[in-house]
Structure formats: structure tokens, C-alpha cells
Design a protein. Structure first.
Length: 269
């Protein structure tokens, strides 16, 4: 799947630690600090947040990649200096705001992972909606080794992918998962050969961009919240979201198209 990407213009083009392109309804956002293995300093965190908030209105899905040999080396440790407790909390909250801008933003995001996806890099990946791993990808949480704790939302999001036991193993024992193991345990939803990740990410982004906007909204905003509720409360919220989605003109047209035999069937893949 090759899309004809052109560099974005306007304010997002000024974000110097990212490269951003668009092709129709798909944006490609690339972490662009390869000399530091895309280690995330404060500027990069806030640029990621800005990028998600400033995507042009025609963009309906995004692909996130990392420049160079690794997706992301996590927190820029050179900035982890003499922070006070209060500054540490605010720093973590800054990451939370940026990761929320990805997870609860306007468009679904596919992360394409290769090489090291460690620490804050895994926190960024886990904020995305879908993860495609190339065979070279590996996952670690070296926070334990560095004497710190996850602060970018990892403790809330990573156990929802791999479970508390695996995350505990990664942090207490320094366990590193390779791409295959990560795929089996639920870090990535797709596993592809080296070099094939971007094409797969674009294919998935195009598919997501073609969904009815309210369906994507429900999946991105309602589904993770319902999963956090009690079953009874979750079912109640589900019924509201379902009624809102099916009442939308896009849903009516899509259902009519199927009944008129104008829409595709569900096929085995
Ligand atoms: C960095 C960082 C970084 C590389 N902060 N500068 N993350 C970690 O503990 C991971 C630390 N990094 C590594 O284990 C390795 O760098 C990699 C496996 C990712 C890549 O290895 P390699 O051999 O390709 O590169 P390198 O030679 O280690 O690094 C190249 C340069 O990037 C080098 O700088 P240079 O000036 O000597 O060229 C490294 O110092 C620099 N670099 N990673 C700062 N992380 C919200 S809280 C999240 C908490 C965390 O993320 S903790 C985990 C931090």
C-alpha cells in the first residue's frame, strides 16, 4: 500500500522533532530524533501533543513511526536531573496530557514499531489504538534498572495489553520481549517482516479512515471507558452510545447499502 504523502504545511510543520506528512485522510507522524534514538525530551512530548491537536480537519487516521534504527528509547535521561517531587508530578502529568491527546484525540493512530520500543517509547506505543510490529521490534521497561518508575501512563495502559504479571516481570526482572513474544502477549496486534510495517500501518489507517466517524468515536472514546466500568454501568453506557451511533445518517446509509447489496460482505482474511 503506497500513499502519496506530502509534507504538512502550517503550524505542525514547525514542530522540529517530528516530521509530518499527509496523504488524503491519512497523516504520517514520525519521531525525528534519530541521533538520540528518538529519546523523548520535554520538547518532543509537547510537540507530540501539539501535533495530535493540530492535525488538519481532513485527516481521519494517523500512522506513527520512528526515524532511524529504533522506534523510541524512552524518556530522555539527560533531562532527568534534580527534579523536586512536585516537579516530578508535573512532568509525569505533562506526559499524561500528551498520551491522552493520542488515545483520546480526534483520530485513531497506528504505531509502527521497530527496534527498541522501551520505557516511554512503550508508553507512547500503548497510547496508540493499534500497534504493528516489525520483526526487529523489542520491548523493555528499564525504569526498574534506572531507579525510577513509569510516568507516561504505562502503569495504566501496558497492563491492559499484556497483564500486570508480564509488566511486573519486565520491570522487576528486566525481562525484554521480542517481537514474536510481544505479539503473542498482546503488545502488537500485527507482526510483519522488517521493512513491511509502514505499508501495513498505512493500509490499516486507510481502513480506519473509511469508517463512519461516529463509529470510530465510539471505539476510541467509549470502549476504553466502558471497559473500566462495572458491567452494569458499562452496559448502560453502551446502550446510549449504540443508540447515538445507529441514529447517525452515516450508519443509516451504510446499513441501507448492505441491504441493497451495494456494500461488501464480511470475508475470511
Ligand atoms: C539517550 C537515550 C535516552 C539513547 N536518553 N539519551 N530509556 C532507557 O533506559 C533506554 C536507554 N537507551 C538504550 O538502551 C540504547 O540507547 C538503545 C537500545 C535504545 C539504542 O542503542 P544504540 O546502541 O543504537 O544507541 P546508543 O549508542 O546507546 O545511543 C545513541 C545516542 O543516544 C547516545 O548519545 P551520544 O551523545 O553518546 O551519541 C545515547 O546516550 C543517546 N540515548 N537513549 C538520553 N533514553 C515518562 S517516564 C519514562 C521513563 C523511561 O522511559 S525510562 C527508560 C529510559
Amino acid at each position: 500500500m503506497s500513499l502519496d504523502f506530502t509534507p504538512i504545511t502550517g503550524a505542525p510543520a514547525e514542530l522540529d522533532l517530528l516530521k509530518i506528512w499527509t496523504a488524503g485522510a491519512v497523516a504520517h507522524i514520525r519521531l525525528n530524533r534519530p541521533d538520540k534514538r528518538n529519546a523523548v525530551n520535554d520538547r518532543l512530548v509537547s510537540q507530540l501533543q501539539s501535533a495530535m491537536q493540530q492535525l488538519p480537519s481532513g485527516v481521519r487516521a494517523a500512522v506513527l513511526t520512528g526515524e532511524g534504527a529504533h522506534f523510541c528509547a524512552g524518556l530522555d535521561l539527560s533531562e532527568l536531573s534534580e527534579r523536586s517531587v512536585a516537579e516530578g508530578i508535573l512532568h509525569s502529568r505533562m506526559w499524561h496530557a500528551a498520551m491522552d491527546a493520542i488515545q483520546f484525540g480526534r483520530v485513531p493512530v497506528v504505531a509502527v514499531l521497530h527496534g527498541a520500543v522501551v520505557g516511554g517509547g512503550l508508553e507512547i506505543a500503548s497510547s496508540c489504538h493499534i500497534r504493528v510490529a516489525e520483526a526487529s521490534a523489542y520491548y523493555g521497561l528499564p525504569e526498574g534498572q534506572r531507579g525510577i518508575f513509569v510516568g507516561g501512563g504505562g502503569s495504566a495502559r501496558i497492563p491492559r495489553l499484556v497483564g500486570v504479571a508480564t509488566m511486573t516481570d519486565m520491570m522487576l526482572c528486566g525481562r525484554v520481549l521480542d517481537a514474536e513474544d510481544g505479539y503473542r502477549r498482546g503488545v502488537s496486534q500485527y507482526l510483519v517482516a522488517d521493512g513491511a510495517g509502514f505499508a501495513k500501518g498505512c493500509e490499516l489507517a486507510q481502513r480506519m479512515a473509511s469508517n463512519a466517524p461516529l463509529s470510530n468515536f465510539a471505539v476510541m472514546q467509549a470502549l476504553p471507558r466502558i471497559a473500566d466500568l462495572s458491567q452494569s454501568d458499562g452496559l448502560f453506557v453502551e446502550s446510549l452510545m449504540a443508540a447515538i451511533a445507529q441514529g447517525d445518517d452515516a450508519a443509516k446509509e451504510r446499513v441501507r447499502a448492505f441491504l441493497d447489496k451495494r456494500a461488501g460482505k464480511v470475508e475470511r482474511q
